[in-house]
Design a protein around this ligand. Structure first.
Ligand code: PLP
Length: 383
């Protein structure tokens, strides 16, 4: 039996590489294999490719090329921003502020720093998963060295008031990091308008290659490198550069923003159709903000079902989706994001995240809507 095509509704987890991005990358795997640190022609070609990629990224983010650091993934960008800044600021203070709905790349990094004497305030959110900027202002102390709040949440899609939070931080002269990994390629990013000092991106979330992170680091905001070795990336990140990956990341970012005006309205329309129809299923709830949410995110919680069971049933029918609850060693942990939003634990167990991408069609949405109500109903009668 031929393998059925996967209908992919998990673009928040990762995206397929755009074929045009692959084309741009291929020469750097084959003929242009030089090490960018080598001074002969082949090495210079690699360095020129990295410089060109850095300029492209800087132009899109509205910053200087010297403020762009390439690294190994979105998680590394978050680690470099938070640990790099915290360890460089130990003489100034030991207090960090973040939100309770961040990605683990931020939350676990803050927890790690607590072993070194740092203290973290984890800000509460409202029922939509929004951080209140006034809460950030109230949490700031003379010891605060960094505030880190995500641009958009990866589970429920809620867009945070980061520009306003950045304004408050700037007025108090406290550096502000934005985990923009989920917003990258989906929402316009202007680091000046956002009042960002540090901002993380990851190429595989916008049709670029896996294993390439981008960190914007505003000039004058000092970081301690978290990888020691050579002086690549202006001494901020040792290691021979992933030239093909860097070229791919920049190409993907440029394509995403060039095509944003065409792609966003189409995806948003599909998403709205998805939300409207899924909510006709009895005992279903939309999670996250109804309006201030990523254009591709439709996330739900269903009464009386396990998210994992929904996923397995969808998988059997060829659909890829996601749930916030992660099954670790037999017991299911509900999402920390939903719990922070005060979603009752029973309901949090029944979460389903559908994230659309530029290749999804109306037929994909119709196919899902045809099977989902039956799956939910069947699972409820089995309980
Ligand atoms: C995916 C994601 C990350 C981690 O990025 P990787 O490149 O997978 O390490 C961090 N933060 C958010 C919000 C994400 O969605």
């Amino acid at each position: 039996m031929p393998e059925q095509r996967t209908i992919y509704f998990d673009h928040a987890a990762t995206t397929a590489l755009d074929p045009r991005v692959l084309d741009a990358m291929i020469p750097y795997f084959t003929s242009e294999y030089g090490n960018a640190s080598s001074i002969y022609t082949l090495g210079r070609h690699a360095m020129q490719a990295i410089d060109g990629a850095r300029e492209q990224v800087a132009e899109i983010l509205g910053c200087r090329p010297t403020e762009v650091t390439f690294n190994g993934c979105g998680s590394e960008s978050d680690n470099l921003a938070i640990k790099g800044l915290a360890f460089a600021s130990q003489k100034k203070g030991n207090h960090l502020i973040t939100s309770s709905i961040e990605h683990h790349a931020v939350l676990h990094t803050c927890q790690y720093l607590e072993r070194f004497g740092f203290k973290t305030t984890y800000l509460a959110v409202d029922g939509y998963g929004c951080v209140d900027p006034d809460e950030v202002g109230r949490a700031l102390t003379g010891q605060t060295v960094l505030v880190s709040v995500m641009f958009a949440n990866n589970e429920v899609g809620t867009i945070e008031p980061v520009a306003e939070i950045g304004r408050i931080c700037r007025a108090r002269k406290v550096p502000f990091h934005i985990d923009a990994v989920q917003a990258g390629g989906a929402l316009p990013i202007d680091v000046a308008a956002l009042n960002a000092d540090l901002l993380s991106l990851s190429a595989h979330k916008f049709y670029g290659p896996k294993g390439v992170g981008i960190l914007y680091n505003r000039q004058g905001v000092r970081l301690l490198p978290q990888l020691q070795g050579g002086s690549q990336e202006r001494g901020k990140r040792a290691g021979t550069e992933n030239v093909a990956g860097i070229v791919g990341a920049a190409t993907a970012l440029r394509l995403a923003y060039d095509e944003l005006p065409q792609v966003t309205p189409r995806i948003q329309k599909l998403r709205d159709r998805l939300i409207e129809n899924v909510l006709t299923i009895p005992g279903s709830h939309l999670t996250g903000h109804p309006i201030e949410r990523l254009p591709n995110n439709a996330s739900f919680a269903f009464e009386g079902v396990e998210g994992e069971s929904i996923l397995l049933n969808l998988d059997l029918l060829g659909f890829a989706a996601s749930t916030g609850s992660a099954c670790t060693s037999g017991s299911v942990d509900p999402s920390h994001v939903l719990l922070a939003m005060q979603v009752p634990i029973e309901l949090a167990h029944g979460s389903l995240r559908l994230t659309l991408g530029k290749d999804n069609t109306g037929a994909d949405v119709d196919a899902l809507l045809k099977v989902l109500p039956g799956i939910i109903e069947k699972l409820r009668t089995l309980r």
